[in-house]
Design a protein around this ligand. Structure first.
Ligand code: FE2
Ligand code: FE2
Length: 152
């Protein structure tokens, strides 16, 4: 079932919420690729994009937290690091399979690189983190003054 962003997941920062929506969309593409015979060859590409965008998003979120003096900054940064280590492990494995002999032509080989259990875990690392830890920023981000943007 696709992950759908809902208003209860808001963090109080529009850019961060946009990132989360986009991350969910990439995750849905990953899931679609796993379950579709026509799309399975795109799995390493989609998962690679999920990993890259997660990294980019975590950095953006940490910068924002730092700028508003978020008290959970260090614990949150550590949680991000833990997720990245796990996602990297899965991603490295998939990229390795994709470049192995016959890798992209063997759907079962690719599917084995991201079986249902790892897929469910990846989903909970991402969605669970947004739902539990990112939404906890809401009271702080709501209070934080909006950054001044020159020319706006
Ligand atoms: Fe986030
Ligand atoms: Fe986060």
């Amino acid at each position: 079932m696709p992950i759908i962003w809902r208003p209860q997941l808001t963090t109080g920062d529009e850019r961060i919420d946009q990132d989360h929506k986009y991350l969910f969309t990439i995750f849905n593409c990953v899931e679609l690729a796993v379950h579709s015979h026509d799309q399975i060859q795109h799995l390493p590409l989609f998962f690679g994009q999920l990993f890259d965008y997660t990294k980019e998003h975590f950095l953006r979120e940490e910068k924002l937290q730092f700028s508003v003096g978020y008290p959970e900054y260090l614990a949150h940064k550590q949680a991000h690091q833990d997720i990245l280590v796990r996602l990297k492990e899965v991603n490295d494995h998939l990229q390795q399979l994709a470049t192995s002999e016959g890798g992209l032509n063997d759907p079962e080989l690719l599917r084995a690189g991201l079986d249902q259990e790892i897929l469910n875990l990846s989903r909970s690392w991402i969605v669970g983190h947004v739902a539990k830890m990112d939404t906890a920023m809401l009271p702080y981000l709501k209070r934080a003054p909006k950054p001044f943007v020159f020319g706006s």
